[in-house]
Design a protein around this ligand. Structure first.
Ligand SMILES: CC(C)(COP(=O)(O)OP(=O)(O)OC[C@H]1O[C@@H](n2cnc3c(N)ncnc32)[C@H](O)[C@@H]1OP(=O)(O)O)[C@@H](O)C(=O)NCCC(=O)NCCS
Length: 200
């Protein structure tokens, strides 16, 4: 009886080992994110969820998710109309970052002549502090650098927004001025700090 149970356990262990080796061999043929997502669906647990997080271009079907994050993170959020406009206005570039389940951050960049402008950069509260704000910012800096017509990357940020200011300074943005009473607050208005990064 004992030996019989042991035989089943051994068989089960070998079966798991063979399955694991097979899955790894199949996975080793593929290197792309899309394939990782495919394997995560077919063999749940075989792919590290962290490796499924990625940045991609925003689609109109993302607007609901983006709006939900916008409304949960900002006291004075953009409207659906503004987000929709960002997707269609020439020169605007929009990205999201997502995991296997949902979008958890986004960024909007407007490219003009001489200057590009960071219009929005936002990571959902539960995903902040994991490096995705920085990755989205790198994406925007990379696109601005690729455009020969763009010399400078500009942005405005609330004077009290320590995390965003910390992020922009880390990437070499320099303060170039302040716009007085630019943003609404619960008690009145707040200055915007203007930052610039040379990208030419
Ligand atoms: C600002 C924001 C996008 C940063 O994204 P994030 O994913 O939380 O930040 P990251 O984990 O990528 O951090 C990158 C860097 O940002 C800075 N930073 C992030 N959080 C910070 C904090 N609480 N205080 C100071 N600096 C901070 C640090 O320099 C950090 O680098 P480090 O980890 O080496 O110290 C995010 O906090 C956010 O969405 N805030 C609400 C929306 C917003 O204010 N957007 C900016 C509009 S201008």
């Amino acid at each position: 009886m004992v030996r019989f149970t042991g035989g089943i356990e051994l068989f089960e262990e070998r079966r798991k080992l063979i399955c694991h080796v097979l899955v790894e061999q199949i996975k080793s043929f593929f290197t792309y994110d899309a394939d990782r997502q495919f394997y995560a669906k077919i063999f749940p647990g075989s792919v590290d969820p962290e490796s499924l997080k990625h940045i991609r271009k925003m689609k109109t079907t993302d607007i609901d998710s983006v709006l939900a994050i916008e409304q949960s993170v900002y006291k004075y959020p953009w409207t659906r109309g503004i987000l929709v406009d960002c997707m269609v206005v020439p020169g605007y570039h929009c990205w999201v970052c997502e995991d296997e389940h949902a979008v958890f951050g986004y960024a909007v960049l407007a490219i003009g002549v001489d200057e590009a402008h960071i219009m929005n950069l936002c990571v959902s509260s539960d995903a902040q502090g994991e490096g995705w704000g920085a990755r989205l910012l790198e994406e925007m800096i990379g696109v601005a650098q690729e455009k020969p017509i763009v010399d400078t990357l500009l942005l405005e940020v609330r004077k009290t927004n320590k995390s965003a200011i910390g992020l922009y300074k880390k990437y070499g943005f320099k303060k170039i001025g302040e716009r007085k009473a630019y943003y609404p607050t619960e008690n009145g208005r707040e200055n915007a700090v203007m930052f610039a990064l040379t990208v030419s």
